[in-house]
Ligand binder design. Structure first.
Ligand code: NAP
Length: 293
């Protein structure tokens, strides 16, 4: 289990690949846009020209892509992972996608004589680079156990959720909870500021209140400084909330707050905030409140 194929060298994938190289794996990488593998090649990785090529010599392969459409394209498309994967190799999808797509992928790999595990992650750019992600794994437990040597250098905790699709669902639960909490924080901050409270004091109190959390610690200061450098892009959080709302409708679970947050992300996208960090959503709230910049 020394040969790993890794597809998707974005914000998360790049840091994860460095962890795998550091742990001694032979890594073959693929990225749609050329040039992103340069640093990894210097560290010993090999670059493949197609997804099929990236996995054809690997015991384990990993996708860390954008959304369900990109995962379907890279895995099921022409020259895709499914064309190249060896029998008895295991593919792990770590992208945040919907449970239905995850189940479909799982079936496709088993039909090919390969194995499939899902392991969406929580933790952002810095946690990816430090190997401190939390993984929500799904699939056959024995298949997960076999790939633990590859997942452990990437993570500080792995929680097995059940059959394929359960990890994806858990990831949506995680992100809708996070986005709702952050939106409430943005509204509170905007109300406080418009009423004349000092933003630093608001944050100081919240960081010492029962609301204090790693998330608030990470994003609060950045929001005060209007530093929206992308750790987790707004477009991806918007995608996750849309997937959560769609899943909730399918299961007839009313989610009024998350539905409003979904609409706010649409407004943010229409204002060109897609590529910024998702905390840039605060700017939509501030604009609606006519808060001077
Ligand atoms: P990212 O920086 O946008 O990277 C996305 C990667 O997917 C890039 O390598 C991109 O290739 C590739 N890709 C997108 N569409 C593609 C397509 N149609 N065909 C082939 N490749 C395609 O995203 P990220 O922040 O690393 O996040 C990756 C996944 O993890 C997302 O599902 C995200 O929701 C989830 N996630 C992110 C975070 C975070 O904090 N960033 C945390 C937890 C989970 P190009 O270079 O060619 O565009």
């Amino acid at each position: 289990m020394k040969k790993v194929g890794f597809l998707g060298l974005g914000i998360m994938g790049a840091g994860m690949c460095k962890r795998l190289l550091g742990a001694g794996f032979h890594l073959t990488v693929y990225n749609r846009t050329p040039g992103k593998a340069r640093e990894l090649i210097e560290l010993g990785a090999i670059e493949a020209k197609t997804p099929a090529e990236a996995v054809s010599n690997s015991d384990v392969s990993i996708t860390m892509l954008g959304d369900p459409a990109s995962v379907k394209e890279v895995i099921l498309g022409k020259g895709g992972v499914l064309e190249g994967i060896r029998k008895e190799a295991t593919h792990i999808d770590m992208t945040t996608i919907d449970p239905n797509t995850t189940r479909r992928l799982s079936n496709a790999f088993y039909q090919k004589g390969a194995y499939f595990v899902e392991a969406p992650v929580t933790g952002s750019k810095l946690a990816a680079a430090a190997g401190e992600l939390v993984l929500m794994a799904g699939g056959e437990e024995k298949d997960l156990e076999r790939v633990l040597p590859v997942l452990k250098p990437l993570s500080k905790k792995i929680v097995y959720m059940g059959e394929a699709g359960k990890g994806a669902l858990m990831k949506l639960v995680n992100n809708l909870s996070m986005a709702g909490a952050m939106e409430a924080f943005f509204e509170g901050m905007t109300l406080g500021r418009k009423a004349g409270l000092a933003p630093e004091k608001i944050l100081e109190v919240l960081n010492h209140s029962a609301l204090a959390s790693p998330l608030l610690k990470m994003k609060g200061e950045a929001v005060l400084k209007k530093n929206f450098e992308t750790h987790f892009s707004l477009k991806h959080m918007a995608k996750d909330i849309r997937l959560a709302v769609t899943e909730a409708r399918r299961l007839e679970v009313p989610m009024p707050v998350t539905s409003v947050v979904d609409g706010l992300f649409d407004i943010a996208k229409s204002q060109g905030l897609d590529e910024l960090d998702f905390s840039a959503l605060v700017q939509v709230v501030e604009k609606m409140a006519q808060l001077p910049e």
